[in-house]
Design a protein around this ligand. Structure first.
Ligand code: ATP
Ligand code: MG
Length: 429
């Protein structure tokens, strides 16, 4: 195929064989969020570039090197959203739905775009389910977010493969004091830092903490600890969160080096990580961002949220073979009809059955064909049962009912009794 007709590197088609698992995952999350009282919001995929610079921060990896930014025909600088929080905050402010302390518990789903090096679990167009809560400032809601994800991992059957890492970044004041102490310490060891960390030391010193470089990591062993700089309020908040996780029995690991890539976090930050996906181990990440709304021009508004990467979680389900059996079957019943009269009767019969069983996955053979070829298609469809309409069945106003998986003889069912019969033998999703 010529190059121009290929998809962009790092931007994937999700093929029909993959979509059932995606829909199962997305449906499971959506139901769970409904049950906890969260409401969906949908934002545009493109926003003014300025929005991301202001919210994510100028000296972050995302804004410095990962954004898809372009000029539109009016000369405005636009960017394909690299994440959802910025647009969500913009939307609630623009529509005034967090004004006067109104609580909002929101979630969204959709594609995000980052110009990163594509590899397993890391793509240029990827998908997130994200969640943001506004105007609740206590640790109880931080805990609820984590408890919900814990329940999700349980429902998906991947709980044993993920680990919760937790940290508190304090308020911006206490983080400022810590930053000063850290910079002072790191400057004294400047020569032993890797190049990237030397650069970060100037632009975003906290990010030095999550360096992968072994020499820099060695320097960090004796560096000042964030926990020693936490203000009382943040400390109490963090204790409140931990007490709630303990009460529910959710295990966690304190990771003082967890700082997250974005500028806007304060107090709680967390990541759900796994060792089953190689280097791309974070499946869900988030935290509190009490200063962000104000920074974006709103009134002071507490905020907390997280986002999970759908590709990575779908990969987890595949890797751990946690794929429910029923999602691989997309057809319950396949109707074969032989001859024009039978085809017409079959169509009408199928519609009558659909009227009575709206959830039945009934496929009517298209393209006619011999007994053998229709039967082959019925089998290949994965259907549990084939319905057969030939001359004999037409004459008697019945349909042949043949189990395709496992035992059972073919039987004849009267047209009028078909829906009732199917209702007893097909479990409807
Ligand atoms: P990472 O450290 O893996 O780059 P991040 O801190 O940049 O992640 P966030 O901005 O917190 O990621 O996004 C939340 C989640 O979205 C991540 O935990 C991950 O599951 C997913 N994610 C982020 N970037 C990508 C990507 N390029 N491809 C696939 N999934 C991604
Ligand atoms: Mg990243």
């Amino acid at each position: 195929m010529s190059k121009s007709l290929q998809a962009i590197r790092g931007m994937n088609d999700i093929l029909p064989e993959q979509t059932p698992l995606w829909r199962y995952f997305e449906g499971t999350v959506a139901r769970l969020l409904d049950n906890y009282g969260y409401k969906q919001i949908r934002m545009p995929i493109v926003e003014f570039t300025e929005l991301f610079k202001r919210s994510i921060g100028e000296v972050t990896d995302i804004v410095e090197k990962e954004m898809y930014t372009f000029e539109d025909r009016n000369g405005d600088s636009l960017t394909l959203r690299p994440e959802g929080t910025a647009a969500c905050v913009r939307a609630v402010l623009e529509h005034g739905i967090t004004g006067g302390g109104q609580v909002q518990k929101l979630w969204y789903i959709g594609p995000m775009f980052r110009h990163e090096r594509p590899q397993k679990g890391r793509y240029r167009q990827f998908h997130q389910i994200g969640l943001e809560v506004f105007n609740l400032d206590g640790p109880d809601i931080d805990a609820e977010l984590i408890i919900m994800t814990w329940r999700l991992w349980g429902e998906l059957g991947i709980r044993d493969a993920v680990k919760l890492e937790l940290n508190s970044l304090g308020t911006s004041e206490s983080r400022g004091r810590y930053r000063e102490a850290l910079v002072e310490y790191l400057l004294a060891h400047h020569d032993k830092l890797d190049e990237d960390s030397q650069r970060r030391l100037k632009t975003n010193p906290l990010r030095v903490l999550d360096t992968k470089n072994a020499d820099t990591q060695a320097v960090l062993v004796d560096a000042p600890k964030m926990a020693d700089y936490l203000d009382d309020e943040s400390r109490a908040h963090f204790e409140g969160l931990k007490a709630r996780l303990d009460a529910v029995g959710i295990p966690y690991v304190l990771n003082p080096k967890l700082v997250r890539g974005l500028d806007y976090y304060s107090k709680t930050v967390f990541e759900w990580v796994t060792d089953r996906l190689g280097a791309q181990g974070t499946v869900c990440a988030g935290g509190r961002y009490d200063g962000l709304v104000e920074q974006m021009g709103g009134k002071p508004t507490a905020g907390v949220g997280f986002a999970m990467g759908i590709e990575r979680l779908v990969l987890m389900l595949e890797t751990l073979e946690q794929i429910p059996e029923e999602i691989s079957r997309q057809v319950d019943v396949y109707l074969c009809a032989f001859g024009e009269q039978a085809e017409l009767a079959g169509l009408a019969l199928a519609e009558r059955v659909r009227d009575q069983l709206p959830n039945l996955r009934l496929q009517v053979n298209a393209g006619a064909g011999s007994f053998k070829s229709q039967f082959k298609k019925a089998d290949k469809s994965g259907a549990l049962y084939a319905l057969i309409l030939g001359d004999d069945e037409m004459a008697q106003q019945v349909v042949g009912f043949k189990p395709l998986r496992g035992q059972g003889e073919q039987q004849s069912i009267a047209w009028d009794a078909l829906a009732a019969h199917l209702a007893t033998c097909v479990v409807q999703g």
